[in-house]
Design a protein around this ligand. Structure first.
Ligand SMILES: [Mg+2]
Length: 261
């Protein structure tokens, strides 16, 4: 078990460094979208979620950031992380169907996570179970009709035990979200569907805590403005870091920047 750090900056630095190391050693990409949502995942799991709460990572390609978060909370260990993306691993590049207790669903086929989360929240209500359900989506996933169908369903059912978070980094696999299929202004669109929505800085620990630690009376959305590749100068807001693995020199530079921060 790893002893969680209490200081936010230490916690974040430790998690970012471990995330970079894991992706470097496994020679895999998806770093940009992992770094954009890491602060959301860390804050949610360290400062917000209670044992009876559940989480669905709809943007399954951010599995690395999620695994590192579970490592920080002591639910995965160092040996687990060394198996990331290897043959027959428990830690594939997208969340697995089974084998890691907090992970309830295999995700990464985009646009499906909020439907799964809404089903969980409705089941909790029907069974009279306590606990809140959190779902993290990318922004690109809101190109999918199924995401909007789930939003309408959650609103219609009045699922006060469900919160959807959006990692609004403005980029997706083939360009900016404005170029591919413009989603702006996403928070206002959610409001137009009757869903109370707050727009926050997704890299501000305080903003994330404030948005999530209140007790909602209905289904709500938190739209978090983030930077793809956050914390690494040559990755920030650059679409290619959706895909690229790091070279050794890039890895060294990225670590140096995080250490200097
Ligand atoms: Mg995105």
């Amino acid at each position: 078990m790893n002893e969680p750090d209490t200081s936010w900056s230490q916690l974040r630095k430790r998690a970012r460094s471990r995330l970079l190391r894991m992706h470097y050693e496994s020679h895999v990409g998806h770093l940009g979208g992992n770094l954009s949502c890491l602060d959301l995942l860390l804050t949610l799991h360290h400062d917000v979620m209670q044992p009876e709460d559940r989480f669905v990572l709809s943007k399954g390609h951010a599995a690395g950031a999620y695994y590192v978060t579970l490592w920080n909370t002591g639910q995965l260990n160092d040996l687990d992380l060394t198996q990331f993306h290897q043959e027959n691993t428990r830690l594939p590049g997208h969340p697995p169907t089974s084998g890691i207790e907090p992970i309830l669903f295999a995700t990464g086929s985009l646009g499906h996570g909020l439907s799964l989360a809404a089903g969980l929240a409705l089941a909790k209500r029907l069974k009279g179970e306590p606990g809140h359900v959190y779902c993290l989506t990318s922004d690109g996933e809101w190109n999918e009709g199924s995401s909007w169908e789930a939003l309408i369903f959650a609103k219609h059912q009045g699922l006060a035990n469900l919160t959807v978070l959006v990692d609004l980094n403005g980029l997706q696999g083939f360009g900016t979200t404005q170029e591919v299929a413009n989603l702006d202004p996403l928070a206002e669109k959610f409001e137009a569907f009757g869903v109370p929505t707050v727009l926050i800085n997704g890299h501000s620990h305080q903003d994330i805590c404030t948005a999530l630690q209140s007790n909602p009376s209905t289904f709500r959305a938190v739209v978090a403005q983030t930077r793809k590749g956050s914390g690494v100068s040559f990755m920030e807001n650059r679409m290619e870091w959706h895909y690229l693995p790091m070279t050794e020199s890039q890895y060294r530079q990225a670590l140096q920047e995080l250490e200097a921060e």
